[in-house]
Write a protein that binds this ligand. Sequence first.
Ligand code: NAD
Length: 276
Amino acid sequence: SKVPPIILNNGIEMPQLGYGVWQVPDDEAERAVATALEAGYRSIDTAAIYGNEVGTGKAIAAAGLPREDVFVTTKLWNSDQGYDSTLRAFDASLEKLGLDYVDLYLIHWPLPARGTYVDTYKALERLYADKRVRAIGVSNFLPEHLRRLIEATSVIPAVNQIELHPHLQQHTAREFHAEQGIATEAWSPLGQGKGLLDVPAIVAIAQKHGRTPAQVVLRWHVQLGNIVIPKSVTPSRIKENIDVFGFSLDEEDLGAISALNEDRRIGPDPATFDLG
Ligand code: NAD
């Protein structure tokens, strides 16, 4: 069953489920992304800091798909924040990917203490106006950062990519995004596979549906309307993770997963994280 699209706030379509390549070394990324494209993924999430834009780009080229059939996201790293440096970093990413446009370009972290995300975003607006990106957005922005950005710039971010999984359900952020027309994209949607997939409530739901815990968690995201980008380098798991459109969780299942929220992050707090 095919991955349905989410319509972003500028009308473009993004597959609701994609493949994330964080922590995949460049020389493995080509094989991993090729496996994902063969399995039917049509959205790939990379970033300059992942160091695998070259391998990712090679796999996309080798797949021989029409360019418009693959949705490519990359992200601007922290050390490149600022107007001119963002334009240069974008050129470098495009070159590494071997593409002449990307579908979605994100500011990786807000770095609020530096005060550079507004200027950085203005460079993204310029890239968008020049049609070098089909949509622009942010990652790890808290509602307070989004509010400031929206006040100071003219293009509402299409996406905010944030840590989100059953232990960190992000109710406040999701509600704010919905009010503003910003799509919520979940990073570490499986909680990095640690612990979450062994939680008895999730295991029980998986048994009930004859599915795996990972499929149950991904299906939960899909039914909530989140965009998800699970990562695996294991071919069988890559296939398993996209096979979540042939079953549905019922209200009881959804309620049981809702009850698992602990507002607990695995990754850094965007209010204070500043690296690179
Ligand atoms: P994830 O939640 O996707 O978990 C991945 C891990 O879960 C795998 O390494 C594996 O150990 C396990 N796993 C995957 N599929 C499984 C399955 N079917 N059964 C059992 N275990 C399974 O975590 P992630 O890699 O951190 O996040 C996904 C993507 O999100 C990344 O690759 C990256 O693209 C993006 N991301 C973005 C940011 C950001 O700051 N914007 C931060 C982290 C991750």
